[in-house]
Design a protein around this ligand. Sequence first.
Ligand code: DGJ
Length: 691
Amino acid sequence: MTIQYDSQTRRFVLQMERSTYALGLNQQGALVHLWWGGAVPRSEDLPDPAGGAMQEYHAWGEYFFDEPALKLTFADGTRDTRLRYVDHAIEGDELRVRLHDSHYPVAVTLVYRVHADCDIVDRHCVIANEGDTPVTVESVQSAGWYLPRGRAYRLTSQAGRWGREYQPQQWPIGQGKVVLETRRGVSGPDQTPFFWIDADGAADEERGSVWFGALHWSGNWRIAVEKNRDDQVRVTGGINDFDTILTLQPGASFTTPVFSGGYTEGGFGAASRLLHDYQRRHVMRPGRADRLLPLIYNSWGTFQFNIDEQRMMKLAELAAGIGVELFVIDDGWFGKRINDTCSLGDWQPSPDRFPNGLKPLIDKVNSLGMDFGIWLEPEMVSPDSDLYRAHPDWVFHFPNRTGSQYRHQLTLNLAREDVKEFAYQTMHDLLAKHNIRYFKLDNNRYVSEAGWPDAAPAEQRAVWVKYIENFYDIFARLTREFPDVIFENCASGGGRVDFAMQRYFDRMNRSDNQDPFDELALHEGFTWANLAKMAGGGCHISQGMRHINGRLTSRRFQAHVGMLGSLAIGENLFECTPEQLAELRGYAELYKAIRPVTHRGDVYRLESARNGRRAVFQYVSKDRREAVLFVLGHSMQFRDVLPNIRLRGLDPERVYEVEGASPMSGQGLMTLGLPVKLTGDFDSKVIRLRS
Ligand code: DGJ
């Protein structure tokens, strides 16, 4: 049984394959935390909850001074919450524990969903106002995670900015508090809503105790990692309470986002693979995990806004010729948009550049055997647009303030029902009227001046939350109505990559930075928490991206790096010689041959681009019969001899055919390793192993 309650000892025990989570009731009837970590199969060994003091859901009140999970103000001005156990229900893998304030009519239900196969627990809570006066919610966090007390811990998180997402940062957890958060309205890229904590700073890719967590929220979030005066480390996270106030009217309730937590003794690599399995089995829509992503051509890498029907038709012919499966037109197909100064909101094909609408191009693309995809940025409006002229009040704004523009655009206030319906209808109509099989969502600015003056005063500061709830509602509807469409999550590259987005989106634009050397570190960081196959971009293979930092790399290196995730080509095919087109066709074939392993298998980050002269990634199919090894040199020196690459995750008993080498057993490959010769800078090899 995954979840057990012992009425004698008043303990709840959540058993997973390799870890245990436990909580219980103390003498005062408060729910207290007991254990999160390695497996404790004999529940009698766990601490006795009777005298426990660490409240599982730590509301602000009584003699408590740490970061709270809940902060309420009642109608009479009382700002003190005291939660006591009422009852609980266990249904399959789910535990619900109902708590209630000791005086005021507020109920808090803590929900635990146990994914024993992944050693992950999903937590969230529902707070309900059962009284007849409003309750002000100043902070309502999803969960607090306690680590075993008294050990030395190290926090690892990800920081970044546009073009430089998922960069690691680490520090020892001392007394005090580290707050990871965003206030930009989208979940990244400055921080990602994710943490790793290891004991004694001793974990690496292959070994060590790691506690990890990820928040399923795409707007303002906050994760506070705190060590109090008693050496207790607690991680409290959820919706950012900065500038957010929720008012719970009589009878109303609020459900927080999910905060997932997991534990492994297999180091950071194992933590990632657990998270990947968790995404496949418990987060993504049914049937999506094993779906292979198509080889994409995207117009942005070379043509930017410079696209029109005739040009795209000719380009599509060349793209089909090299084996592209999905042809995507990016920004620039609508209104009078020939640059970024106008037309967001006017989602009609440009009368000059697509005078016959989208149909002729889509038909052409389909006749060439490819699917068609399109770009849209539905949360935005250009001041120079018919939409803005008709509805200036639809954007976030404060009275007597001029809205700050970024990239000449303003953010539509999706919290408004009329705006939400407009955004939904725009996308729905496009998808309903055309044979569009791929939808690239973009979002190129942050939310500023988040005012909503038309709303009732008590609702105005709920705007950050309402926006995201409506955003999810739109994509829940669209994904239901158009189940075959592939949705790409792009927000200026990887600006909004989080677990909630994975419910609806099949592919993430990992970054706008498609310099292949930079991508090595980006991919490493991306795969910490996200499935490798989701790692997309618009144009992995494209000389057009050289402007990013001027680095010269071969098509071959670009292609090999692109194949680590979901490959896209953005090359100017008009300028390619027949030999170059044939070369691209070769990469297309290789990508299609290896993607059953790279998209569906396990990933091992064998060597980091940050440390040595090469980056090495290995993918292994779930049945361990096949593997693909990527060896990507980047700082090679003349006659460099680098150590053999010791593979991982293979079946030790099997003998593998190794491309370009003699057959070797899994044991041999994992112990002796494979010598791989690279000649010079940016040389790379993709080696297939089969048994
Ligand atoms: C930012 C995205 O990240 C790019 O891939 C591209 O779609 C541009 N926006 C288009 O404006």
